[in-house]
Structures are given as structure tokens and as C-alpha cells.
Design a protein. Structure first.
Length: 503
């Protein structure tokens, strides 16, 4: 072997630079074919792995490994070219220039790859935008309650695009999507479905706190006037039926709005309108409606409740009165008694309070004997002669006597201290109120002629009457009436027999 070749720095640098291109050209010039193949295989493998560019890009470890391989190939190529025994096929300065030029390949590839990767990211973000749009479209096909989850998911997706990728093409399109979002959610209002629109519009008022809508003029305030109108219209629609609570919410949420300013006059007009309907054939539902209106009116904020109280209370009073009379005329005596007794207790200073108690007495008797409720008791007692009617109590308990006929009333008989309960009705009929040694409590009535119905019951309402006595009062007679109690199976039962004797 001859002496080693002289070192050639230009050849070394040229071979090293050519290897840094990733194509192994330095090894090609040095005729190191296996090593050139290794470089080409590494570059080809990287291209297969990295292309086409996707959102995730290339693993950092793969890139570091490839760069380390290029550095080693460059250093090895420089080492081998320094004392190569064979001359290079080209002049060293040509290899050096070619190596410098080819170094642009990795840099250019990197730039192009990053551009492709960025485009993939943009496409991915646009895909997310399309998915959010699809959620909005799906939610808009049904009710807000059914689609609320889809709306929430779409809004969250829009927010992530704006917050995490503010300069992306997808983020730039979000303002347009928000306008469409508002229109989709607020669609029930545009269709005139005021009650249905309340919850969607309330949802839209929360959007500015979750995503910046300032890029779209007027979008933040878009739901306000619509919600105020929806609350007013829905509240007035439901006033007296579903409660009308939306009116209170309107006045609390938008107190200065024109819609809030219409609440008092609207409720007042509704009270007046429903009060006119009390003269119809079925006033009880109207009375119940007026009570619900009063409840709603009493819950309104500010001075509105106080301002409406007089109208509401007066209408409810009139409604209760008309309902009680209607129940009596419809032969619903149990309810008539409850309604009119409640009226008399609640409105004791009303001109109708006394009349209500009278009709309630007749209703209680008629509940046990329907014939007593053939008509409302007369408002005034008839003129003409009056017959004495003496009621004696042979009962061991205080007894309440109710009566109705040409006149209606009630009174309470004190208990008979010397009396006892009778074992049978037959025994009572033979002995009741006939023992001269006993002091029977008595109550004296003076009744116009006519048919009367008497009902006796224990004071305090413990127990029920056993029946109603029908008594015909005619001129020229004096009437007596005896109450007693029959102990049947250990239970005291009232019984109201009566006797009649002539003068």
C-alpha cells in the first residue's frame, strides 16, 4: 500500500454538506453505496411517516432521531472525504456549492410541512365549527327543553374556538354563527309562542357571560326587549289560570321597560272583565279565576300590589257570593254551605254576610233533605199571622236547631241536666219532654204559616243529625217540638220529632 492520501478539507466539507441534505449524496460521491442507501432509507421512512401532514404532526423523538442521523452522516461523510483514496467525480468546490444548495431541502421541507400541518389544523377547526353548527340545527328541530343540551354543547364549542384558536379561520366565523345561534334559540318568539319563548330568551341573556358577543352589533341586548314582551304576554295569557307569575318576573327583571309599565293597567282590566262574567250561568270557575288573579296581583313588586288590592278583593268577594248562590241553585248543597259559611266568616261586614249565613243554614238542611232546598230561602219574612212554636230539649247535650221555610234561622238549646238518653226511639216517643218533674230547656219561635224543615245536631258538630223533620205550620194552631237522644249501641244519636196541638 502506498502512503495515505493527502488531507483535502474542501472535499471533506463538500461530502459532509452533501450528506446533511438527507439524500446521502456525500456517500454517493465517495462511492459508499451502502451508507448512501441508509441515508436514503431514513429520509424515505420519515416522509412515509410524516406525510400527509395531519393535526398531530411528527413525533418530536422521530425528528430528533432523524436530525441526529443527519449530523452523524455529515460528520462521517466529512471524515471519509478528508482522506479519500479516490478522487471525487466533481471538483471539491462544486461539491461544496452543491452541498450548500441542497441544505435548503430540509429547511424548505420543514417550512412546507409546517404549512401543510397548519392547513390540517385549520381544516380540523372548521370541522369542529361544522359539528357545532350541526348541533344547533338539530336542537332547533325540536323544543328548547329537548335541545338545550345540544345548544349548550354548541355554545361551548364556539367558545373554545374563540379562546383557544382566536386567529383561526373557524374563530373568525364564530360571530356569524352566534347570530344564527340567537335566531335559532329565539325562534319560538318569532313564531308568536310567547310562553314557550321565555326560557330560550332567558338562556340567551346568559350567553355574553360565557362568550364574547361584542363582535356582533346589538347581539348582547337582542333578547331583552323580546323577553320583556314574552313575559308580559305569557303572564297575561296565564293570569287567573296558570298563575301569571311571569308578570312579577317582568317587573323585577325589567322594571323600567314599557311592558312593565303596562302590568297594573292590564291586571286591573282583567279583573273588571272577569267580574262582569260573574253574572253568567257558571260563576264558580270565574270566582276561582279571580282568586288566582288576586294571588298573582298580591305578589307583584313595588306599589302595584297595593294599588290593585281593592279591585281584587272586591271582585273575589263578589265572586264568592255569586258562586255560593249558584251552588245552592244547582243543588250542590254541601259546597254551597262551605262557600257561604266561609263568605260570612271572611266578609262579616258585608251587606250580604247575614244573607250568606241564612242560605248556608238552608243548604245544610237541604244536604240532608233536598226538598228543603227547592229554592233559596226568602230574603224577607212574609206578613200575616204568626204561630207560636215552642222547642223543648230532652237531650243530655247542648243541641243546635236549624230550620228553614218562610223564615230561616238557628239557635242552640242548652243541655237538659236532669235528662238521660233513651234506649229506643219507641221509648223516647212515649216519654220525651213529658216528665213534669224535669225542667226542660225551651226556645220559643213565632213562625209565619208554611212548610218548615228542622234539623237537630250536637253543638260543636260532633256527630251528625239522624234526620230532618218536616213540619207544616198553619194558622190557628200552637206547635211544640221536642228533641231527645237515642243511645244506639252506646252512641248518642239526635232525633227531632215534633207534635202539634190546637188551641
Amino acid at each position: 500500500m502506498g502512503p495515505p492520501p493527502e488531507a483535502d478539507a474542501g472535499r471533506a466539507v463538500g461530502a459532509g454538506l452533501l450528506n446533511l441534505s438527507g439524500l446521502g449524496l456525500g456517500y454517493v460521491l465517495l462511492r459508499q453505496w451502502p451508507l448512501a442507501g441508509v441515508c436514503l432509507a431514513a429520509t424515505a421512512g420519515l416522509l412515509v411517516y410524516a406525510l400527509p401532514a395531519d393535526v398531530d404532526g411528527v413525533s418530536g423523538w422521530v425528528v430528533l432521531g432523524y436530525l441526529a442521523l443527519l449530523v452523524l452522516a455529515g460528520l462521517d461523510g466529512a471524515r471519509r472525504g478528508l482522506r479519500a483514496r479516490r478522487p471525487l467525480p466533481v471538483k471539491p468546490y462544486v461539491a461544496l456549492a452543491l452541498g450548500v444548495v441542497l441544505l435548503a431541502l430540509p429547511a424548505t421541507g420543514t417550512v412546507l410541512y409546517r404549512g401543510a400541518q397548519e392547513e390540517a389544523v385549520q381544516d380540523m377547526l372548521l370541522g369542529r365549527l361544522a359539528e357545532a353548527d350541526a348541533r344547533v340545527a338539530k336542537a332547533a328541530a325540536g323544543s328548547f327543553a329537548q335541545g338545550k343540551g345540544e345548544y349548550e354543547a354548541a355554545l361551548a364549542a364556539y367558545g373554545r374556538l374563540v379562546d383557544d384558536h382566536p386567529h383561526s379561520r373557524a374563530a373568525e366565523l364564530v360571530p356569524r354563527r352566534l347570530s344564527a345561534y340567537y335566531r335559532a334559540v329565539g325562534a319560538p318568539y318569532e313564531k308568536g309562542e310567547r310562553c314557550t319563548a321565555v326560557e330560550p330568551l332567558k338562556h340567551l341573556r346568559t350567553v355574553p357571560g360565557r362568550i364574547d358577543v361584542g363582535a356582533v352589533d346589538g347581539l348582547a341586548a337582542w333578547p331583552d326587549a323580546r323577553l320583556a314582551t314574552a313575559l308580559y304576554d305569557c303572564g297575561m295569557q296565564g293570569l287567573g289560570t296558570s298563575g301569571g307569575g311571569e308578570l312579577g318576573e317582568l317587573m323585577a327583571t325589567f322594571p323600567e321597560s314599557p311592558q312593565a309599565g303596562r302590568v297594573e293597567s292590564g291586571v286591573r282590566a282583567r279583573i273588571a272583565d272577569r267580574r262582569k262574567s260573574l253574572g253568567g250561568q257558571d260563576p264558580c270557575p270565574v270566582s276561582a279565576e279571580l282568586e288566582r288573579i288576586r294571588t298573582t296581583a298580591s305578589g307583584l313588586p313595588g306599589t302595584t300590589a297595593t294599588s290593585l288590592r281593592g279591585d281584587a278583593d272586591s271582585a273575589v268577594e263578589a265572586g264568592t257570593w255569586e258562586c255560593g248562590l249558584d251552588q245552592f241553585e244547582d243543588k250542590d248543597f254541601a259546597r254551597a254551605r262551605t262557600t257561604l259559611t266561609g263568605f260570612a266568616d271572611t266578609y262579616g261586614s258585608s251587606p250580604n254576610a247575614g244573607r250568606a249565613r241564612t242560605v248556608a243554614i238552608a243548604a245544610e238542611i237541604a244536604a240532608a233533605r233536598p226538598a228543603a232546598g227547592a229554592g233559596l230561602p226568602p230574603e224577607r219574612a212574609p206578613g200575616g199571622a204568626r204561630m207560636p212554636y215552642v222547642v223543648s230539649n230532652d237531650s243530655t247535650r247542648p243541641t243546635v236547631i236549624l230550620y228553614t221555610g218562610p223564615v230561616t234561622g238557628s239557635f242552640t238549646m242548652p243541655r237538659c241536666a236532669d235528662c238521660t238518653s233513651y234506649s229506643t226511639r219507641a221509648a223516647a216517643q212515649g216519654s220525651a219532654c213529658k216528665d213534669g218533674r224535669k225542667s226542660y230547656p225551651k226556645h220559643r219561635l213565632s213562625l209565619p204559616a208554611g212548610t218548615y224543615y228542622f234539623l237537630a245536631k250536637p253543638e260543636g258538630g260532633q256527630g251528625e243529625s239522624e234526620g230532618v223533620l218536616e213540619s207544616s205550620v198553619r194558622p190557628g194552631y200552637r206547635y211544640t217540638h221536642c228533641t231527645y237522644r237515642v243511645n244506639r249501641f252506646g252512641i248518642d244519636l239526635p232525633s227531632p220529632p215534633g207534635t202539634r196541638t190546637g188551641y
